[in-house]
Design a protein around this ligand. Structure first.
Ligand code: NDP
Length: 246
């Protein structure tokens, strides 16, 4: 497969790291963003020790200006972006009647706003070159809702509307736009949930376990090769059978 430039937002996190490793193993040049330089450089060194060369570009993806600068810096290092994985995300869980505007706004700006902020600076280049892959990392909770996550579920459900609209607008330009909806994966985000709650979650998963970051990376990678060019506007659930709807 041709080596392409791939930008994965939130690449230093649990799922993002696995996506970066898998895309790099497929022969692509990879970049991610960071906010905390010392933390990111230490991560970059750990990746290098494992044989992965990852370009780093500073940027908070919830800011349109920051995100554009981050994309341009990533492109300076690895070339025009052909593959974009919108993976950066946060939770600020609480029931809606206790939710502050800031808890709502931070999650919507980070999870959904970032999809606009990072995709906008790469879409023109993909259209000009007539090739592109855009994958959103949504969530099972954007499909079925979740108690205590009105903000998060709204942001993740919004990614689906974005995906199917962008897929229609760009299909003729060789660009596919798809979503992966992970179930519960054993990353810091989920391990931060109290053990008792986590055990209840696991009890609802037919496979009887949490997923692994690489199982999500595998789903992302499925959308990337030339052979996947007929698949656009799709949502791929990767959730151990916990939710089998759309
Ligand atoms: P992590 O918390 O491990 O990683 C999140 C990453 O996003 C970090 O690199 C973080 O950077 C980055 N990030 C967060 N906010 C911003 C921002 N404003 N600007 C730039 N970068 C930012 O999460 P996971 O790996 O578990 O999750 C990755 C994605 O998968 C998320 O979108 C999440 O919602 C989704 N998901 C996760 C599931 C799970 O079970 N873990 C289930 C379903 C979906 P920093 O280090 O600077 O904070």
């Amino acid at each position: 497969m041709e080596s392409r430039a791939a930008l994965v937002t939130g690449g230093t996190g649990g799922i993002g790291t696995a996506i970066i490793c898998r895309l790099a193993r497929m022969g692509h040049r990879v970049a991610t963003n960071y906010r905390d330089e010392a933390k990111a450089r230490a991560w970059q060194q750990r990746m290098k020790d494992q044989g992965f060369d990852v370009a780093l570009a500073q940027g908070d993806v919830s800011s349109p200006e920051n995100a554009e600068q981050m994309v341009r810096e990533a492109e300076r290092q690895i070339g025009p972006i052909d593959i974009l994985v919108n993976n950066a995300g946060i939770t600020r869980d609480t029931t809606f009647h206790k939710m502050s505007f800031d808890q709502w706004d931070e999650v919507i700006r980070t999870n959904l706003g970032s999809v606009f902020n990072v995709t906008r600076p790469v879409i023109d280049g993909m259209r000009e070159r007539k090739w592109g892959r855009i994958v959103q990392i949504s969530s099972i909770n954007g499909q079925k809702g979740q108690y205590g996550q009105a903000n998060y579920a709204a942001s993740k459900a919004g990614m689906h509307g974005f995906t199917i609209s962008l897929a229609q607008e760009n299909a003729r330009f060789g660009i596919t736009v798809n979503t992966v909806s992970p179930g519960y994966i054993g990353t810091d985000m989920v391990m931060a949930v109290p053990e008792e709650v986590r055990n209840k979650i696991v009890a609802q998963i037919p496979t009887g376990r949490l997923g692994t970051p690489d199982e999500i990376a595998y789903a992302v990678a499925f959308f990337v090769p030339d052979e996947a060019s007929w698949i656009t506007g799709a949502n791929l659930s990767a959730n151990g059978g916990q939710y089998m709807g759309w």
